[in-house]
Design a protein around this ligand. Structure first.
Ligand SMILES: [Zn+2]
Length: 295
């Protein structure tokens, strides 16, 4: 939730800075039909507190607000990245504040306001994030995590692994850690996101055409769905002990799924220039995490 709140503050700062002091009015529509007009100025403060929206020190229960609209002049920031500055941008903010659907899904990452949800036309409806946890762009490698750990570290080995050593003292943190306290996507990006399961990774591979290519000079695989949507996964390699291995030639992405046997391993989505595979890999290795939208 922390990163979500930071995102909201950044979005609102950008919005209010861009809006300057021209007459922008947010209209809060209450459940009983009444409305509250909020004049937006550079001094307007909008924050979240628990389930409440706090505007200039006045608290509104989110459950009491049926919807929010605005009066022109038009806002000057394309929040949802659809190429237009309109009421959709306000709704995008409100959806973020309410913890609802963050923004629309896209068939290709539309702008630098990551992360976006990418729709590849997958049968399950799974939406994939446009970039890795810790990345600032789709081709950025981002951060690396041991399975079940939510913070990065200098050395990735059984000695430093939080949930047990090889074959001994293995801690059971579940057979599917998606959206749990052990999920690096949820922990770092908030409850809208989680790690993909092994099934979701297989679905991606089975339903998309994938090619080995470069994006902005970075090697990786580009997946194209039946709807024309595209997703780029950089060949970010993986971390073993203090080293970063196979960068530019392999991609190693965690699934949320524990390997049935041996449970010292969990399933990864791996790929190279030849193709993709889901395979067990030791949980103590540092792998990339590409989140999916939580159902
Ligand atoms: Zn994006």
């Amino acid at each position: 939730m922390k990163s979500l709140r930071i995102l909201i503050v950044l979005v609102l700062c950008g919005l209010l800075t861009a809006a300057k002091t021209s007459a922008q009015t947010l209209v809060l529509h209450h459940a009983n039909g009444s409305t509250t007009n909020v004049k937006l100025t550079e001094q307007t403060s909008i924050t979240l507190s628990g389930g409440n929206i706090v505007v200039d020190n006045v608290t509104y229960a989110a459950s009491d607000i049926s919807h929010i609209s605005y009066k022109p002049n038009a806002l000057h920031v394309d929040i949802n990245g659809d190429g237009a500055v309109d009421v959709g941008d306000i709704m995008a903010i409100i959806n973020i504040m309410g913890g609802g659907s963050q923004t629309a899904a896209y068939t290709v990452c539309p702008n630098a306001n990551h992360p976006h949800m990418i729709d590849l036309g997958l049968p399950s409806g799974t939406l994939w994030a446009c970039c890795n946890v810790g990345a600032n762009a789709p081709e950025d490698y981002g951060e690396y995590y041991a399975w079940g750990e939510t913070q990065t570290k200098d050395t990735y080995s059984w000695d430093t692994y939080q949930y047990g050593k090889t074959g001994a003292n293995l801690v059971n943190i579940g057979s599917d850690i998606a959206a749990t306290d052990y999920d690096a996507a949820t922990a770092n990006w908030g409850t809208l996101w989680c790690m993909p399961s092994s099934d979701q990774c297989n679905e991606l591979v089975d339903n998309c055409l994938s090619v080995w290519t470069t994006q902005n000079g970075v090697y990786g695989r580009k997946f194209t769905g039946t709807n024309g949507g595209t997703l780029f996964l950089p060949a970010a390699g993986f971390r073993l002990r203090g080293d970063l291995s196979r960068v530019g030639s392999y991609g190693n992405y965690w699934t949320s799924t524990l390997c049935e046997r041996p449970q010292t391993s969990s399933m990864e989505l791996g790929f190279d220039s030849e193709g993709e595979y889901t395979l067990p890999i030791y949980r103590c290795n540092g792998l990339s995490v590409r989140p999916v939208r939580q159902n």
